[in-house]
Each structure stands twice: as structure tokens, then as C-alpha cells.
Design a protein around this ligand. Sequence first.
Ligand SMILES: [Zn+2]
Length: 359
Amino acid sequence: MLGRVVSILLIFAPGSVFEMIVIARCAKRAVAIQLDCFVVPPSGTSRNDRIRRLTLNVPNYAQNSPPGSTPARGFSFTSGDARIDVVVAVEVAQSDKLITHWIKAAAEAVTGYYGHFPVERLAITVAPRKGEAVNSGTEYEGRRIVIHLDPGARAGDLDDDWMLVHEMFHLGFPKVSRRYHYLEEGLSDYLEPLARARVGQLDASRVWHDYVEGINRVAHKIPAQGLDGTHDWAQVYWGGCLFWLLVDIDIRERSDNKRCLDDAIRAIVHAGGTGGTEWSLEQIVAIGDGATGTGSIRRIHDQFGASGGDPQLDSLWNKLGIHLDGRNIEFDNTAPLSALRQAITQPADQTQLSPRVRP
Ligand SMILES: [Zn+2]
């Protein structure tokens, strides 16, 4: 076990109330302990109530390792005014320098969107797992991300990674009940590429190519009863992405492009709505729509969440001036909503950004 990430699984009965303080003192041994606590849920509880994962790091890395062992690695850095603590499992082949560059780039995209990193402190555990270059990322309680690297992942793969940015956006939006899970996943899906585009990490044509391709795949089968309550993977992610795109466009159209989804999402995180909290739909609507004055979240939810409206995508893409033909995408800058489309991937106006709320 020397230098390894030790994984422990605990299962608790319904209604268990537990609080654990584990002080890991593995003298002269560097370890990270990943403690997965699954609470069998009473019906109606949210994901956040059911799964608690805590990774405990022993922050005395190399100097305390016995001769001949390879220690778990750990390091910290700041991104804006946020502190990011990283522990890397011993089997991870990539260098600290490469991993730091990858995490900083992801944090830069998210910081660019909010104007600050959405939480003051984040712990990231990087572990190995065969698969996609970056795979199996999960965010927990607005303060921790666990993410995996394939042993063969190279610098170019990490430069092209979307997953860590996606997980970081979960830090900046509250958990909701399972019925509205598409709001969480769809928002991370929608914000990740546009945030990377705004800081120059992704080309706008790639952003729109992926939106159109992904959304077209699922939108024709939005459930008749709406997105509320859907557990279909594609609907949760791409249906949710479409939901927030429609909200963004609705806000921009009704405010002559002076307001946008940024205002609603920043207001929510400014009001304390991070991934460590759980909000109702009504709270999200009240704070989000209150920031824009357009009622757009409520309106789009009525149309596509509470009922299965037709998003009329062909017309939407035409109005935005987007023509996708296989892998080729062309933009028509004379289309009626082309200015909105261009604004979505333009850098945020830093003068409009509010400071992070400090509890
Ligand atoms: Zn997600």
C-alpha cells in the first residue's frame, strides 16, 4: 500500500446520519485515502444526499517515503484567488508539470467565465484509468474533483480536454433534485466549450459544430412530457445543453443583447449557489431571472422542461447563421441572430463581473 491511493467503500442504511473525522497518520508513508460512502437513499432524495466521497490526503509526500518506494505526489497552487490542492496517484505516468498546466488551463477558462473561480478552495485527485485520455471525472459537493488519466495521455490530449472544465463548472452551480438533473449536466455541457473559446482555447467554429451535432442528435426526441424527470443520458446532457442555449438566446433577444445567461449564472453563484449547496428550481428561477429581468429561465422551462415543445432547430440554426454539412460548418453573418451567436463566444466583459461571495 505504500504510496498508493487506498480506496475504501462504506455503505450506510437509509437515514443514517454520520460524520467522520479521519486523521490519517501513516508515519513515513505517503498515501491518499479515498473514502467512498454510499448511503442507500430514501426515495426522492438527490444524488448529493446519496453519495459522499472524501479523499483524504497525507500531505507529507516525498520526504516521508521509505527508500525504494514511489510516493504519491501532491502540490498546490493558486488560480486567481482560489487555492487548488492536487494529489496524484503513484501510478499516474504524466509529469507534475503537465498536470499542473492542464489544471491551470481548465481553471483559467472557468475563471474567465465567472470573473473568479467559483469556489475558494478545490481539491483534485488525479488517478490512472485506461480509457479515453481523460476519463471518469466527477465533482463532489462543490469542493472536490476526482478525474482519471489514461497512461498514454499526452500533452496534446490534455490541451484538448473538455472533461475537467465540465467538472469545474459543476462547482459553480447548485445541485438540484434528480427531476431537474438536466439543468446541472446541461449547464456544464453548454458552458464548457464557450468558456474555452472565450479564453482562446477553442475555436468558435468547433464550439458551434459540437453544439449543433450533439443537439440535433437528441432534440427530435425530447419527451412529450418535457425534460423534467428524464433519465435518458442523451436528454440529460444534450437536451440540457439545448435548454440553456435557448435560455441564453431568449435573454439576449429580449435585452437587445445587453444581458445574457452569464448574468443569471453569476448571480446564482454570487448568491451562494455553488456545487456544495442544493437549490430548488424555484430558487434558480428567482435568482437567475431576477438578474436579467427577462423571465427566460421560467419561460424556457415552461416550454421544454414542464412540457415537450418543438425547439424548431432548423429554424434556430438558420436564424443564428449556422450551416453544418457533415464536418464542415459555415457561418452567415447576415443572419438575424448572427450577432448573438458571435457574442456567445466572445470574451466576457470583466467590468460587469461581481466579486465572489464570501460566506
Ligand atoms: Zn457533469
